[in-house]
Design a binder for this molecule. Structure first.
Ligand code: URA
Ligand code: CA
Length: 431
C-alpha cells in the first residue's frame, strides 16, 4: 500500500499496520513524506482514532526516531513524573527534592512553557546559575549527587514528535487521544526510567475537559507504559482552577520553597504529597508509611535541604533573595461580592505568560519577576473590592489596565455558595 492509500484507509476507519506507521514516522523525521500527507494522516487519525496496537506502534516508532537513554539499565530505582499540563502546577519542583529526601531518586526531562501553561524548565531557569542541559552520563551524575535530576529534553529525543507536534498545532489535530499518548510516552520512554507517575488533569484548564476523558487518557498512557515494561500509576486531579497560587517562574520557585519548608499552599501541597505517595508505592513502599515519611520530610527541614542540594548540583544559587523580583505589584479587586464559583486558570495562565512568564516568539527572553498570584479559590467568599489576585509586573512592557481587567474577569462571582471541586479523584483504577 502506498502512503496515499494508507491515508485513505485511515480516513475510512481502517487500521494501519506497523510498516505504514513506521513509514509515517520516518516521513516526519527525515522529510521523506511531504507535509500535506503528514497533515492529512494526522487529521485522519484525529477523526478515526487508533486501536491499542496502532497506538503502541506509533509510540515505539516515535521513540525510535531519536536517542533512547534507558536510564533504568543503570539506575533501576529512579522514578519519573509527568503532568498532562495545567496552570499553577508547581508540583515537579517540589516532588523531585521531596522524593529524594525520602530516599527515592528522581529523573525528569522537562519542557518549556506552551500556550497558557508555564514550563518547569522556565521556572528553574529563574534560579541564577541553574542549568538543565545535561547528557545521559551527566544526568546519572546528578542523580548520584543529589537524588533529583531535572533536565531539558535534548534535540535528539523523539525528533518525530517535534515535527508532528508543530504540525498538529497548526492543523487542529492536538486533541487526539492516540496522538497525545504517543507524543507524551515516546518522550517518557526515551528517558527510560523504571517507574513513572502520571498526573492526569481534568477540567476547564486541562487538555481533557471531563472526568471520563481524563480517565480514558490516563488508562491509555498507563497501558503503553506497562506494555513497555515501565511500572506506572496515574492519578486524576482537578484543573478547573489553578492548582497552586503562583503562576509564573520565580514566583513558583518561591511557592515551592515555602512548601518544602513546611508551609505554602494547601491544595498544591496535597496534590504533591498524593503523587509522591503513589510514586513511593510503585517502588514498593506501603502507602500509609510513605505518606507519614513525606509529611515528616516537609516538617523537619529535610525536604528543604534536598532542594538546596538539588539546586547546587544543577549549578544554581539556592538563595531565594537572588530571584528576580517584580518591578511592581498590582492588586486586583473582586468585581462584586459573593462566592467564587469559577476561576479561569487558562485566562490567568495567559496573563502570566504575556506579562513575562511565557514567550511570544521562540527566542524571546522571559521576565522572571512577572506572574500572577491567586488569593481566592472556588468556594471562597469575597467582598467587593477584596483582592482576589496580584499582578506581578516584570521587566517586560505590558498593557497593565488590560491585564488587570483580564485577571478580574477570570474570577466568576455568584450569589450562592458552591462546593470547591474535588482536588484528587484517585488513581485511574479508583475513578
Ligand atoms: N504533551 C505532549 O508532549 N504532547 C501532547 O500531545 C500533549 C501534551
Ligand atoms: Ca537570603
Amino acid at each position: 500500500m502506498g502512503f496515499v492509500e494508507a491515508i485513505a484507509a485511515k480516513r475510512d476507519g481502517g487500521a494501519l499496520d506497523r510498516e505504514l506507521i513506521a513509514e509515517f514516522v520516518q516521513g516526519a523525521t527525515d522529510d521523506s513524506l511531504p507535509r500535506e500527507q503528514l497533515a492529512a494522516m494526522l487529521m485522519a487519525i484525529c477523526c478515526r482514532g487508533m486501536n491499542a496496537d496502532e497506538t503502541r506502534w506509533l509510540t515505539d516508532e516515535m521513540l525510535r526516531s531519536g536517542e533512547a537513554w534507558d536510564l533504568a539499565a543503570d539506575r533501576p530505582e529512579v522514578v519519573d513524573k509527568h503532568s498532562t499540563g495545567g496552570v499553577g502546577d508547581t508540583v515537579s519542583l517540589i516532588l523531585a527534592p521531596l522524593l529524594s529526601a525520602v530516599g527515592v531518586p528522581v529523573a525528569m526531562m522537562a519542557g518549556r512553557g506552551l500556550g497558557h501553561s508555564q514550563g518547569t524548565l522556565d521556572k528553574l531557569d529563574a534560579i541564577p546559575g541553574w542549568s538543565s542541559n545535561r547528557d545521559r552520563s551527566q544526568t546519572l551524575e546528578l542523580v548520584d549527587a543529589c537524588g533529583a535530576a531535572i533536565i531539558a529534553q535534548t534535540e535528539d529525543v523523539a525528533p518525530a514528535d517535534r515535527t508532528l507536534y508543530a504540525l498538529r498545532d497548526v492543523t487542529g489535530t492536538v486533541p487526539s487521544l492516540p496522538l497525545i499518548v504517543a507524543s507524551i510516552m515516546s518522550k517518557k520512554l526515551a528517558l527510560g526510567v523504571g517507574s513513572l507517575i502520571l498526573d492526569v488533569k481534568w477540567g476547564s484548564g486541562a487538555f481533557r475537559k471531563t472526568i471520563d476523558d481524563a480517565r480514558e487518557l490516563a488508562a491509555a498512557l498507563r497501558q503503553v507504559a506497562v506494555d513497555s515494561g515501565v511500572q506506572c500509576q496515574a492519578v486524576i486531579t482537578d484543573m478547573n482552577q489553578p492548582l497552586g497560587p503562583a503562576l509564573g517562574t520565580a514566583c513558583e520557585v518561591h511557592e515551592a520553597v515555602a512548601i518544602l519548608g513546611g508551609g505554602g499552599d494547601r491544595l498544591l501541597r496535597e496534590v504533591t504529597i498524593a503523587l509522591s505517595r503513589e510514586a513511593m508505592a510503585l517502588r514498593g513502599r506501603d502507602p500509609a508509611e510513605a505518606e507519614t515519611a513525606l509529611v515528616a520530610a516537609l516538617g523537619d527541614g529535610s525536604a528543604l535541604e534536598a532542594w538546596h542540594r538539588m539546586v547546587v548540583a544543577h549549578g544554581g544559587d539556592p538563595d531565594t533573595d537572588r530571584l528576580e523580583r517584580p518591578v511592581e505589584t498590582v492588586e486586583v479587586a473582586a468585581a462584586g461580592e459573593g462566592f467564587v464559583v469559577g476561576c479561569d486558570g487558562e485566562a490567568l495562565g495567559r496573563v502570566a505568560a504575556a506579562a513575562g512568564a511565557g514567550r511570544r516568539r521562540v527566542e524571546e527572553e522571559l521576565a522572571h519577576g512577572a506572574g500572577v498570584l491567586v488569593h481566592a479559590r472556588i468556594g471562597d467568599r469575597v467582598d467587593r473590592g477584596q483582592p482576589v489576585a496580584t499582578l506581578l509586573v516584570g521587566a517586560r512592557p505590558i498593557d497593565r489596565p488590560r491585564m488587570v481587567d483580564r485577571i478580574r474577569d477570570a474570577f466568576h462571582i455568584g450569589p450562592d455558595p458552591v462546593a470547591p471541586p474535588r482536588l484528587i479523584l484517585g488513581t485511574v483504577d479508583e475513578v
